[in-house]
Design a protein around this ligand. Structure first.
Ligand code: SF4
Length: 386
């Protein structure tokens, strides 16, 4: 049997965070019900979508991981989330091991948490981002530090034994001290899994645009420097290691046995099907994505139209690049020889320079990112894929 992941995209948010460059937004609640119906219909009639687009199914697949991401999926009624999980159960062979819901701290209530457990969720990923209220406010987040403590207590009381917290290194107004305090408080709550993302600025967010235009409204002038952001990340690496977390991917840590099984599928190039507006899928040889606009997506699916966007056959060359790029994101690194054999490629000359620069290193037969240079891993990928 092939273990298959399912991703469900919920693109609705309460506000738009200043740094966010995702295809998500604030939509009328009136769209929620038709959107959920459209997702359920897409799941139920998925064989039709595959046929109409000339996409190969994944044979002998058993769905063991489901991930509801966004957006803010916890904004949907628990009954709607349960409806989607039921549609997955009715349409695929399932043996759920990990069923994750992304939730923003202020949306967590005792009633909802109980309903989430009953619907089948066993993992909650909270967008904490910071424990500093001034940073949260400037970033346009709805929650405050106290909400994270309150939400954690509620989720633990509802017997969630697998929590993941996200932090962002590089928020406006962040300082050495405020970052250290955020990490300290995160460790106090001891989630089973942690993600630390280094702030990336591009013109896709309001904050990014402001940086380019030299404005002041979203605190662009209070952004930490790149060096400070790298220091925050490295401080996070040290503190999490000391607290017993295993660093298994550039941005991800887990207590032993708590790596994200679903996200590992992306880095290992294992198959996953995505449902909802803008969701991406991969069957091992083809990649495709749904239309981004939620209203247009819901409208087409509810009319029984299943066209997808950006359908592409992954070439051998692309597959090789993905093996390198996604494989090296994992701290265990890659078995270069077996990749060379698989693709009939000579890769050693390509990596020699990187080894000489100390950006990557050999760990027995495996090539991995140098642990002390993880903060600059983008340089490795740029050079490697040139
Ligand atoms: S909650 Fe997440 S997806 Fe929504 S605007 Fe904020 S960062 Fe973007």
């Amino acid at each position: 049997m092939t273990q298959l992941g399912i991703y469900v995209q919920v693109p609705f948010c309460q506000t738009k965070c200043t740094y966010c460059n995702f295809h998500t937004g604030v939509f009328s609640k009136e769209l929620y019900t038709p959107y959920v119906r459209a997702v359920c219909r897409e799941i139920t009639e998925f064989p039709l979508l595959l046929r109409e687009n000339g996409i190969a199914d994944v044979p002998d697949a058993v769905v063991d991981t489901v991930y509801f991401g966004g957006g803010t999926p916890s904004l949907l009624e628990p009954a709607s989330l349960a409806q989607i999980i039921d549609a997955i159960g009715a349409s695929f062979t399932t043996q759920f091991e990990e069923v994750t819901l992304e939730a923003d701290p202020e949306t967590v209530s005792a009633e909802k948490s109980t309903a989430w457990r009953e619907a089948g969720f066993n993992r909650i990923s909270m967008g904490v981002q910071s424990f500093n209220d001034a940073e949260l406010r400037a970033a346009g987040r709805m929650h405050r530090r106290a909400d994270v403590f309150r939400a954690t207590e509620i989720l633990r009381a509802a017997e969630f034994r697998n929590l993941s917290f996200d932090l962002i290194a590089g928020l406006p107004h962040q300082t050495d001290r405020s970052w250290e305090k955020s990490v300290e408080q995160l460790l106090q709550l001891r989630p089973e899994h942690v993600s630390i993302y280094m702030m990336e600025i591009d013109e896709g967010s309001r904050l990014g645009l402001e940086v380019l235009q030299n404005g002041e409204r979203y605190s662009a002038k209070a952004l930490p420097t790149d060096d400070a952001i790298a220091n925050y990340y490295e401080h996070g690496c040290r503190q999490l290691a000391a607290a017993g977390y295993e660093h298994y991917e550039i941005s991800n840590w887990g207590l032993p046995g708590f790596e994200s099984r679903h996200n590992l599928k992306y880095w290992r190039r294992e198959p996953y099907f995505g449902f909802g507006a803008g969701a991406h899928s991969f069957n091992g040889s083809q990649r495709w994505a749904n239309a981004h606009d939620p209203a247009a997506y819901a409208d087409s699916r509810l009319r029984g139209h299943y066209a997808v966007e950006q359908l592409e056959i992954v070439t051998q060359g692309q597959a090789l690049e993905e093996e390198l790029f996604l494989g090296l994101r994992q701290l265990a690194g890659i078995d270069l020889k077996s990749i060379e054999d698989k693709y009939g490629a000579r890769l050693r000359p390509r990596v020699q320079d990187l080894v000489a620069q100390g950006l990557v290193e050999w760990d027995g037969p495996r090539l991995r990112l140098s642990p002390e240079r993880l903060a600059v891993s983008n340089e490795v990928f740029v050079q490697l894929l040139e």
